[in-house]
Write a protein that binds this ligand. Structure first.
Ligand code: SAH
Length: 362
């Protein structure tokens, strides 16, 4: 089935306001609306971001008499875990969330020897309609609120702390949705994640992945946040990319790469280029050469290619490329002076790998 590109999310009510929606000014205003002294705003932020507590009843430095009104005004329960499934001996775990309006979406925690990553969703569903991606096949349900995004991060941090004595170190916006199509809320979430008064996670450890909304990439560069940008390219020529990443009909490869270069120069950070390797579709040697050539030309040393062996999705005949084809692809890209590695695929058995998030009710 051919999906339509959707930039504007359907007008559906977002969830009630939550502390995580607010910046420091907003927190101060909210606390004063409740008739509480200003210092409570900092205390609440410390409890939430520092101690990962979202239930005012557990905030022992908050007077018992005000806990209920603080809970009502600032800590509605936004996400309920409906399922948690794991694989890779518990190193990969998918959470299926239900929002207050019944909308479902997913996040995935991945443990590695030297880092712990959570892959989070920015929208329920996605409007970008890439035919090889399960999320793209379901269309867009709605944007997530800032707090719904931040709550996925808090949940991952709590789980890593309580279950693994671990720390959340990396955050990737590579779950469901196109983050730059929900720009303001994603930006606010990135701020909550990186601010010292938020989770205080280094911006370098946060990756925002996009299909290539060129104007939004430039805007993000101008925010000077220093987050890592990932560009989902998947083809080095417009003819093929028009079909694999339909937004290419609006912003061509040259425009996406220009924007990526602007991002790399503004931030001094290397841009990641993602390329799902699909057997007999985009894995030909000439395409590897063209990819290497174009990326070297556009970005020089400021690019790294992540090849993702295609993860199969329901109803699609497409498959990953054979290993020898993959190896040759890597060799050719590198021959153009472009660094290139193959991403390990985590979570295939539990439909948690790249492109498999569909939040099916199970
Ligand atoms: N909309 C953003 C965020 C999604 S990130 C983006 O497109 O960048 C998820 C990454 O996984 C993207 O690079 C996406 O193209 C890739 N992907 C989607 N479906 C996939 C599949 N079936 N196998 C491998 N990678 C896939």
């Amino acid at each position: 089935m051919k999906q339509q590109l959707v930039f504007e999310a359907p007008r559906r009510a977002l969830p009630p306001r939550h502390l995580a929606d607010l910046d420091a000014t907003g927190r101060a205003a909210a606390v004063s609306e409740l008739g509480l002294p200003a210092f409570r705003a900092k205390q609440l932020a410390h409890q939430y971001y520092g101690r990962l507590i979202a239930d005012p009843q557990q905030m022992t430095d908050l007077p018992a008499a005000v806990r209920a009104s603080v809970a009502d005004a600032l800590f509605p329960t936004l996400l309920t875990a409906t399922r948690e499934i794991e694989c890779d001996a518990g190193q990969t775990r998918k959470m299926v969330w239900r929002a207050v309006d019944g909308t479902s979406f997913e996040s995935v925690v991945m443990r590695y020897p030297r880092r712990n990553t959570v892959c989070i969703s920015s929208q329920a569903g996605c409007g970008m309609a890439c035919p090889f991606c399960a999320t793209g096949q379901g269309g867009l349900t709605r944007n997530l609120s800032t707090a719904e995004i931040v709550e996925q991060v808090r949940a991952a941090a709590v789980e890593l702390r309580d279950r693994d004595h671990g720390r959340l170190s990396n955050i990737v916006f590579m779950g469901m949705g196109e983050p730059l199509a929900n720009y303001n809320r994603v930006l606010a979430a990135v701020r909550r994640i990186t601010e010292p008064t938020g989770f205080g996670i280094s911006a370098r450890a946060v990756t925002v992945s996009t299909v290539g909304l060129a104007p939004a990439i430039r805007k993000l560069a101008d925010e000077r946040l220093g987050v890592t940008l990932a560009l989902s390219l998947h083809a080095p020529d417009d003819e093929l990319r028009d079909t694999l990443v339909p937004v290419n009909n609006r912003w061509k490869i040259a425009e996406a790469l220009d924007a990526a270069r602007y991002y790399a120069e503004a931030t001094g950070r290397r841009v990641s280029v993602e390329y799902a390797l699909i057997r007999d579709v985009n894995d030909q040697p000439w395409r590897a050469d063209l990819l290497g050539k174009r990326l070297h030309g556009a970005l020089g040393p400021l690019v790294h290619v992540n090849l993702i062996p295609l993860n199969p999705t329901p109803g699609s005949d497409w498959d990953a490329s054979p290993k020898p084809v993959e190896r040759e692809f890597v060799r050719r890209v590198r021959a153009h002076g472009v660094s290139c590695t193959v991403r390990d695929t985590r979570g295939r058995e539990i439909a948690a790998a790249c492109g498999q998030l569909a939040a099916e009710e199970g």
